[in-house]
Design a protein around this ligand. Sequence first.
Ligand code: ADP
Ligand code: MG
Ligand code: MG
Ligand code: MG
Length: 658
Amino acid sequence: MGLLALGTALDWPEAKKRADQVRKWGIEQLLANWRRAKSKERDALLWGDEVEYLVVALDDEAKKAQLSLAQAEILQSLAVDEALWKAGGAHTQTHHAGHEGERPPHFHPEFGRFMLEATPGRPWGIDFKDLLKVESDMKWRRVIAKAHMKPNEYPITLTTFPRLGLGDYIQPYYPPSGPALRSQFVPDKIANPHIRFPTLAANIRSRRGRKVEINVPVFKDTNTLEPFNDPTVNYDLHNWPEDDDVRNGAVKEGHVYMDAMAFGMGSCCLQITFQAKNMTEGRKLYDQLSPLGPILLALTAATPIYKGFLVDTDVRWNQISRAVDDRTREELGEVPLKEDRWRIPKSRYASNSTYISQDPRLRKEYLDPDLVVDEEIKKRLTDEGMDDLLATHFAHLFIRDPLVIFSEDLDELDLTKADHFENLQSTNWQHMRFKPPPPEKPEIGWRVEFRSMEVQMTDFENAAFSIFIVLVTRAILSFDLNFYIPIPRTTENMETAHARDAIHTRKFYFRKDPFPRPAQRRQNQSPNGVSTPPPSPPSGPVELEYGQMTISEIINGSTEGFPGLIPLVQSYLNSVNVDVETRCALERYLALIRKRADGTLWTGSRWIREFVASHPEYKHDSVVSERICYDLVKAVEEMTTKEGKDGSVGWELLRGKE
Ligand code: ADP
Ligand code: MG
Ligand code: MG
Ligand code: MG
């Protein structure tokens, strides 16, 4: 968003020298913005989703699937069409039944040159009817995107391309390696050519002092090599100093090894942004949605393959985290601190580490004991009147260095902009993001983004998860729900979510009683939105407040313990006026979430694993061959577009054994 201004990007040694200036200016911009916007009130409850796509080219004769590096051409063609639409001329955008007169979706570039992102033409409103437009809007986006692609190209919502980094998996073909990524598997051309992206990748590598290192445990099938040493690694390259990495132990036995930002930031996700009515409410949503991040990550699991191998994890998260981990050896704690300021426990892409709501229920014991903050920055913020919690949050984000600095931006500090602030804010990729109003758009309020979900193969699923999270936020606000658990438990949950089939084999830390005042609940079983006096600070051991639960218990509830997110959403729907038709339609989406949690429906990961395992060409050696990859992508494409056409519903293919 607003990050694509052109200029001269500094390489790392130069950028490092200017890091303090950017941080200082960023904090001044934040303060100016915060002063202007902190008492903004009565903003509308708006929200919007972001869906990311891979552009896949299928060769049905050769039975080959490749990524198409066609992002620029497709976006250009879309832009021409959008201009035509605005001018009222002939265009493809609105040629889709049911969308006449509606604002066509927006398309955005992403890191990978094989990726697209689409968002609704305008944010969704509070009306329940808007929830019912989401799925068809998502389908419309696919139709429009497809109309701007070559006949054999398709927008696919797999989180990762199964054979990214192997052989001739891209089109047009470029051999691996280049000055920015220095990868032995992918060329620099795989990244969006805008100077921001190669600079980002190069400066992460350069700051870190070696290439990024992504080792994912391989899935051990009956014929998998044992010991497994990634057979695709070349130990004999001498083109870049970084080619030494593999000779210095970067590759771990039993793991699939990857060495570039593209393996992480080339993944697709589903994100939801909510606008709160004011800053206080935004801060509350940020905190209350945070413990849900890992739960929704596990529920949306869709990433079982990397670089041609089945892996033993089900989600993308940690791979992205490692793909942009710019920490030095000192910051990682591998060598004593000399040059750097502190040891940092998490990558800049990681689960979030702060709570920010001024809520009496927020106990000190919930905060992250390992939190690193820049005390000087925090002091600057508190001296200017920002409260401790919020100042701590930003002083934590600002422990990082700015990675991409344009020299043109360093001449003069403009307090009516947020470019330096956004430089740090938007490269802190945490699972929640607290977004202040953009200074140049006063109509926008305080927003919170929920960022952990994996993109789903079908739009029915993507809509269902979007709608579910929206309804959860409404229930949180309406019932004043309390999901607080200690932040380190959420951090652990994020790891747990990676396990193969975590939703059935693992338990997650979750708060047992979500109601604001336990005593009152006993008298009044149904929490139907009665206004309650402000909650009082809880007491007693924190460890008794939460327990370990299965995803099904968290989503569907259990008779003894947690009531379940779906029953909470349903009580919320019972407490408001929803017409029967709308309610039925919403229940159809909620059913997907319920059934996914209880095992009636499979996760995308499970479905992909079953697809590979039952493929005639699969030798039970964890290898996902070109042909398997083609058949998989083809099946996903058909599942996606089949929806509604012949009466069968694509997502129902995700049905488990009932
Ligand atoms: P980013 O990539 O920085 O997260 P995007 O602009 O790609 O941001 O997406 C933001 C999402 O927020 C979109 O779905 C958009 O519709 C939605 N959105 C835009 N304005 C608002 C608003 N005022 N309140 C809530 N959501 C909004
Ligand atoms: Mg976006
Ligand atoms: Mg995106
Ligand atoms: Mg986003």
